[in-house]
Design a protein around this ligand. Structure first.
Ligand code: CU
Ligand code: CU
Length: 289
């Protein structure tokens, strides 16, 4: 039966505790760090050779949908009543919101070393050692808004701009795609020819610390961020019922720079061997409240 993913701001104290407890149980068992490792292993960009499946590619949405689903199933093996909540960062935009409370994800990193010192994922409480990372240090780091080089969370208008794109994705199917919903939401800066990061990427930069780059899964807010990204994909499909739900339909031809580097709707996504097509619809699996 389909379970429901809720807006994190509506969770009761008990629901927050059950989510946190299930995450901590996965951390203790080593399972959590397998997800961190998988995300690091699949962090391949335009500049790297070979297939891009998770980022800078059309399969950004279906790959993360499957990734979240696997994580949620792991949580539910610990506690069947838990699901991944979502963080609407167009609404809950400040360090003061309940998301960052001591009873949920904890707050900002301290100034000296960006170490998170509050909440269940603070290293000093002994439950959250960073072991799979691309940076040194075994404590979780955050640096909200990056005061040295300030960045704001995306606004409702910025999200709407991406949501209004009628086409799912556009050639060359990478971080330079200048139109299309996928890069509008994934948010690589070259999209508009300036250095502004958009939507999904900007959220990673606003939280900063471990949320930057390949090791972002080390911060549990990763899941709440990507649940909202997933919800946005679902809303985009409702807004554009006439559009192809996924592009490309045909693989880029031999001789095209993207040949063999992006997945079509019929291709299977590693590491699960799940067809992209199977991830286009989520309502039989879970719903959003
Ligand atoms: Cu990712
Ligand atoms: Cu992300």
């Amino acid at each position: 039966m389909a379970h429901t993913r809720q807006n994190q701001s509506n969770l009761s104290k008990a629901q927050k505790r059950r989510f946190v407890d299930a995450v901590l149980a996965l951390k203790r068992s080593g399972r959590y760090d397998e997800f961190v490792r998988m995300h690091i292993d699949f962090y391949r960009g335009d500049g790297d050779g070979g297939l891009r499946v998770a980022h800078m590619a059309p399969s950004f949405f279906p790959w993360h949908r499957k990734f979240l689903l696997e994580f949620e199933r792991a949580l539910q093996r610990v506690d069947p009543g838990v699901s991944v909540p979502y963080w609407d960062w167009t609404v809950d935009r400040t360090p003061a919101v309940s998301l960052w409370g001591d009873d949920f994800l904890g707050g900002n990193g301290r100034r000296s070393d960006r170490q998170v010192t509050t909440g269940p994922f603070a290293h000093r409480h002994g439950h959250w050692d960073i072991t799979e990372a691309v940076t040194d240090g075994d404590f979780l780091m955050r640096d909200f808004g990056r005061p040295q080089n300030p960045v704001e969370l995306p606004s409702r208008d910025e999200l709407s701009e991406a949501m209004s794109e009628p086409q799912y994705d556009a050639e060359p199917w990478n971080s330079t795609s200048a139109s299309g919903f996928r890069n509008g939401l994934e948010g690589w800066p070259s999209r508009r020819g300036d250095r502004t990061w958009f939507n999904h990427n900007r959220v990673h930069r606003w939280v900063s610390g471990h949320m930057l780059g390949a090791g972002s899964v080390n911060d549990p807010v990763f899941w709440l961020h990507h649940a909202f990204v997933d919800l946005c994909w679902s809303r985009w499909r409702k807004l554009h019922p006439e559009s192809d739900p996924y592009l490309p339909v045909q693989p880029p031809p031999l001789g095209n720079a993207q040949h063999g580097r992006v997945l079509t709707v019929e291709d299977r996504m590693p590491p699960w061997d799940t067809p992209v097509r199977d991830m286009l619809e989520h309502r039989s699996l879970y719903r959003y409240a």
